[in-house]
Design a protein around this ligand. Sequence first.
Ligand SMILES: Cc1cc2nc3c(=O)[nH]c(=O)nc-3n(C[C@H](O)[C@H](O)[C@H](O)COP(=O)(O)O)c2cc1C
Length: 331
Amino acid sequence: MTGTPAVRTPPVSIAPMMEKTDRHYRYFIRRITRSTLLYTEMVSAAAIIHGDRDHLLAFDESEHPVALQLGGDDPRELASALRIAEAYGYDEYNLNVGCPSDRVQNGSFGACLMARPGRVRDLIAAMRAETSKPVTVKHRIGIDGRESYEELLDFVDTVSCAGPTRFTVHARIAILSGLSPKENRTVPPLRYDDVYRLKRERPDLQIEINGHIETLVQVDEHLSRVDGVMIGRAAYDNPWLFADVDARYYGAESGSRSRREVLEAMIPYIERWRAAGWPARNIVRHMLGLFAFQPGTRRFKQALSGREINEDPVGVIRRAMSQVRPEVLDS
Ligand SMILES: Cc1cc2nc3c(=O)[nH]c(=O)nc-3n(C[C@H](O)[C@H](O)[C@H](O)COP(=O)(O)O)c2cc1C
């Protein structure tokens, strides 16, 4: 196997989230942060091979850098899916070894692959053979029955033989029998120390940490121990958290100077999609958290969730903006 491509781990990324990090969310969050690495929702290799490719894979130029997360357990299928996806210009590819849902387990992929480190190594090798772009893996600390740090290390050592660019470790185990995906994001305790230890004992590997990280102060703390931090729910529920990320971690200018600017930038985008027959609600739903923790957030959300959103999105957005104090809109 050839060596791992030397790619610096982005200090901050936004996690793949089904039903959330679709192209419209990514377009929206790009108005706030230009530099953060974004991920797609997980797309199964079989869906890419057999399904509507443009619907599953197309994205806007402004979404770069964006990583496509793939789900699958068959090396040939993953290789074919990746070959198809290459035409769309993704910046990275990621393999899902963390999802605990029954649907994914029935397909024998996601978190249950943690029990088969050799298989994951072969999947990464098959993906790497198709692209010169970084190929990364997102996984858990462990699963029920394979919960120890030593088993995590065994997983990482085995998979690293295939040279993935980065390991993103969700710092909880997944309990595959008896817990829903939602419970699997809260019930198993966080084990950040295992991720730090992994970085200490394997300093040459690029390690990104994930799990319940909600503030930039927490990001700073993690970055003193690992190479990168992935944020999931907080990026969706409180997107303005990312307003300082470009300046703070990338030495770059932010996407927008204010939340008013973000909303103004979304209006022509929503109009464009609406003209193509896309309901405005499917885009606007990603914007509800823009004023999280600010006065007026509840009224803003209520206004945006109104029934007329599909008929008159511009009017609804302007009315929602009027629910927020100008100093908050412009700060
Ligand atoms: C609604 C939702 C959907 C998710 N979908 C995926 C997914 O498609 N692929 C994946 O690897 N993880 C998925 N996750 C897990 C997140 O990527 C992340 O690992 C998890 O939420 C922990 O990070 P957080 O505490 O910052 O949210 C999902 C999480 C949520 C909340």
